[in-house]
Write a protein that binds this ligand. Sequence first.
Ligand SMILES: O=C(O)CCC(=O)C(=O)O
Length: 257
Amino acid sequence: MILPEYQLSKEQINRYHEEGYLGPFAVCPPEEMKSILQYIDEKVLPQKSDTVHSKPGDTYINPNAQSRHLDHRIMYDLSTHPAIIDRMASIFGEDLILWRTNLWEKKPGDRETVWHQDGTYWPIEPVLNISAWLAITEATVENSCMEVIPGSHRKHIPLVKNQNDVGWELVPDPKVVDIKKAVKIELKPGEFFLFNERTLHYAGPNHSQKRRLGMAMRVTKPFVRVYSEKLYPGHTCIQIKGEDLFGLNTMGEPPTA
Ligand SMILES: O=C(O)CCC(=O)C(=O)O
């Protein structure tokens, strides 16, 4: 069941399909993100774990920032807030699997996240996903808000060798990426937007003195095979809505604490 306040209209669903993204929406008012930020800083990001690894292509991501909804209830509850999940269900239907989350931190002076299409790098088949990018701190043009190219999800951009040294080995051919069409998505803490697995997106360098932290939730359908073992040993998916009639994936339970 979708809560009526989070049900997207037909017009919004059409816009998502036309443009490859939708939002912003809010999970909570900015003040409520303060305690979550404090929790992340104290309990999530500093925690070193041998079982959490980054993957090629994720080399600049703090390994402790991957799928922490699997070991922190607060992160699980945030990732699966009905304001996010019910809007996703308006587009994808009731049966949903959360297969990954990422915390994305940009400290003052940090480099950009290059233009990319997520699905190119992901171990899922078929490549079908809806992401939410949630601002934990404010995300502005100065401190590296996300940018998207509307309609770019319609085609796969061929990959070429990355010419700069920002983490990714292969990137969509910059000659084909029309950045004049980019839309900058500034968000207050607690706001998020939705985007497609092929929507071209980017986040600029952090030119400000303010740190920027966001969290991305990756959600798919039970008929999609998720190669969890390619993320890291012991990684699991979690059924977050509806049912799973396929049994294709390694499933886990939400953390209790
Ligand atoms: O936050 C960022 O810098 C990039 C986020 C991103 O690429 C994603 O969520 O897919």
